[in-house]
Design a protein around this ligand. Structure first.
Ligand SMILES: C[S@@+](CC[C@H](N)C(=O)[O-])C[C@H]1O[C@@H](n2cnc3c(N)ncnc32)[C@H](O)[C@@H]1O
Length: 405
């Protein structure tokens, strides 16, 4: 097996993000072979996989297909995995982490399947090189990923290791942070490109304003990471990776790093001072703290600069009943804030609770489905016209929203 071999590459993403992911992949010049709810497939080599790891904002993992076969039990699994030339992929003093998703009547225990795969890899390595690789759960080194559905099995080299949505700037987590890939998807869906004001009240650990600042300044997100799983394979071409990074850095500098460059204002506030301090530190780690104006205040007191812009909020949406009751008032206040202070802006509220969202009491122009993990959420869009246009529904007479789309 060679690094230049063309293979199927599956780029995975959170449920519902594959349209955005597809756009990102096509913008990089790749032709998409197929797409489904949680992933996009292209054909490419290891250099392409490295490039995808470096540039994508909305992806989880970049997986290079090594083998696909019919599989009706653990023994055929062992035999088929043992046919893959692992000695061309793993270093002799190597390490491998095997992760799998199993949905087959043949075998109930994913751990057992992973063990069979590990044994097949180790036995082949011993036979071909005399060395047995270590194995374990560390995703910071070589990672093999298996999907076994019905009687079909796919074995991939996971070139990312830890999800590429884990950009590693969020050193100080807060309660209920959004995954970076989801925050980027929200910002991209809002149509944000850095040319107009962005206001993020309730910023929490800062994921939304930080992703916005990265997008506005065209920073290539993978530059924030120093480790990917492909670096721990013998197929890794370090010189090619360094060239790719240098080019990405040049591209980022064309806008973001250029002295004096500033996108339109990005304001981020939260009522909790410790959370804002954490968000500032996270922004510093991401190298965009100079592009974001942080503040501590109730969301309703957030400065809304004159003119047009985007407001994006991710209020808590509660799980327990007591929490939900308390949040009803917050959502009502969000409606008042948007109506009274944000005329001329477009607002996007990300929530997983449709009952609470009704309390906002304004008519949505779009309700965009998203998933936060397993929770079905909506990104609610509100056009907050200035002037006399009567677009606000009366809360006592609940708004008639257009159907979800
Ligand atoms: C779901 S979290 C936001 C998480 C954020 N998107 C992230 O990725 O970290 C909601 C945030 O709203 C803040 N918050 C709650 N009530 C608030 C209020 N009245 N004014 C401003 N912020 C508030 C909380 O402190 C919390 O940080």
């Amino acid at each position: 097996m060679k690094a230049t071999d063309k293979r199927t590459i599956l780029i995975t993403c959170g449920r519902g993000l594959s349209d955005l992911l597809r756009q990102e992949i096509e913008a990089l010049g790749f032709a998409v072979d197929s797409a489904h709810e949680t992933g996009v497939e292209i054909t490419g080599d290891l250099t392409d996989a490295m490039r995808l790891n470096l540039h994508l904002r909305t992806a989880f993992n970049v997986l290079v297909l090594l083998a696909r076969f019919e599989c009706r039990g653990p023994d055929p699994l062992y035999i088929q995995v043992g046919r893959i030339p692992w000695e061309d992929i793993l270093p002799t003093d190597g390490y491998v982490c095997v992760v799998g998703r199993i949905d087959t009547p043949t075998i109930k225990n994913t751990m057992y399947a992973n063990l069979k795969i590990k044994d097949a890899i180790a036995d082949r390595m011993v036979q071909k090189t005399g060395c047995r690789p270590d194995s374990g759960k560390d995703r910071n080194r070589a990672v093999v990923q298996a999907y076994w559905k019905g009687d079909q099995c796919w074995i991939y080299l996971n070139t990312s290791g830890r999800k590429i949505s884990d950009r590693q700037y969020r050193r100080i987590p807060c309660q209920a942070p959004l995954r970076e890939s989801l925050a980027a998807a929200i910002i991209l869906t809002a149509g944000y490109d850095g040319s107009e004001t962005l206001v993020c009240p309730m910023c929490g650990s800062g994921t939304l304003p930080i992703e916005a600042a990265l997008i506005a300044s065209r920073r290539v997100p993978g530059l924030l990471r120093t480790n990917f799983a492909f670096m721990h394979t013998t197929l890794y071409d370090e010189a090619a990776w360094q060239r790719m990074r240098a080019e990405a850095l040049r591209q980022s500098k064309k806008r973001g790093g250029k002295a004096g460059f500033r996108p339109a204002r990005i304001l981020a506030t939260d009522i909790d001072a410790s959370v804002v301090a954490a968000a500032q530190r996270n922004a510093q780690t991401a190298g965009v703290d100079h592009l974001i104006e942080f503040g501590v205040c109730d969301f309703a007191d957030t400065e809304i600069p004159e003119g047009k812009g985007i407001v994006v909020m991710n209020p808590e949406y509660g799980i327990r009943l007591g929490e939900i009751d308390a949040l009803k008032q917050t959502y009502q206040r969000i409606g008042d804030f948007l109506k009274q202070k944000c005329a001329g802006y477009t607002a996007f509220i990300f929530t997983g609770n449709p009952e609470l969202s009704k309390k906002i009491g304004l008519r949505t122009s779009r309700r965009i489905p998203f998933f936060n993990g397993d929770i079905e959420c909506r990104l609610l869009k509100y056009e907050l016209y200035s002037g006399t246009r009567k677009h606000y529904a009366d809360r006592s007479n609940a708004p008639t929203d257009p159907p979800d789309r």
